[in-house]
Design a protein. Structure first.
Length: 174
């Protein structure tokens, strides 16, 4: 009887276990889309004391000037429309070993503070996972959660909330 009870308990507990899933990413390192060919040849900087790659990051014609990934309500899955943006930043980090980023996960103001901090962390981590799978080094990327503490837009309603559900990509030294 004890043996049957022990086996039942193990089966019951294993059925309740949760699993964290990786975002679905297919062939992240391939690609000739935007961001390809962003080599680190301009790292010297032109006497500004800053690495020269900042000019690439701030060029409005470059996908690298886009720095936010937006999410659906209560989600941390990177939408398909932001895939190339994340992959371009990952390739840039891969090609520029001295570059590093902070990924700031943000939420709208719905939900408890604790829940929003956890969701913001999952959002930043989902971008980090995608970047590391695409070739960026883990040491180049720090992911943090700001929860609802740094809103981009103030007020109520979906148009405001959708601007606050995001991960911002910030390059160190910029």
């Amino acid at each position: 009887m004890r043996k049957l009870l022990g086996i039942s308990l193990i089966v019951l507990l294993s059925a309740c276990a949760s699993q964290t899933t990786q975002p679905e990413v297919d062939d992240l390192t391939a690609g000739s889309g935007a961001g390809a060919g962003l080599g680190g040849s301009d790292l010297g900087g032109a006497g500004s004391g800053r690495p020269g790659y900042f000019s690439q990051l701030n060029d409005p014609n470059s996908i690298l000037s886009q720095r936010s990934v937006y999410y659906d309500y209560d989600s941390y899955s990177v939408k398909g429309e932001y895939r190339e943006l994340v992959l371009s930043h990952a390739r840039f980090l891969r090609d520029n070993a001295s570059a590093s980023v902070i990924l700031q996960g943000n939420t709208d103001d719905r939900g408890s503070r604790e829940y929003n901090l956890a969701l913001g962390q999952r959002r930043a981590d989902s971008v980090k996972n995608m970047m590391t799978l695409a070739g960026a080094r883990d040491a180049q990327i720090e992911s943090v959660s700001l929860g609802e503490e740094k809103p981009r837009a103030m007020g109520q309603g979906e148009s405001v909330w959708s601007q606050n559900r995001r991960t911002d990509i910030l390059y160190r030294g910029e």
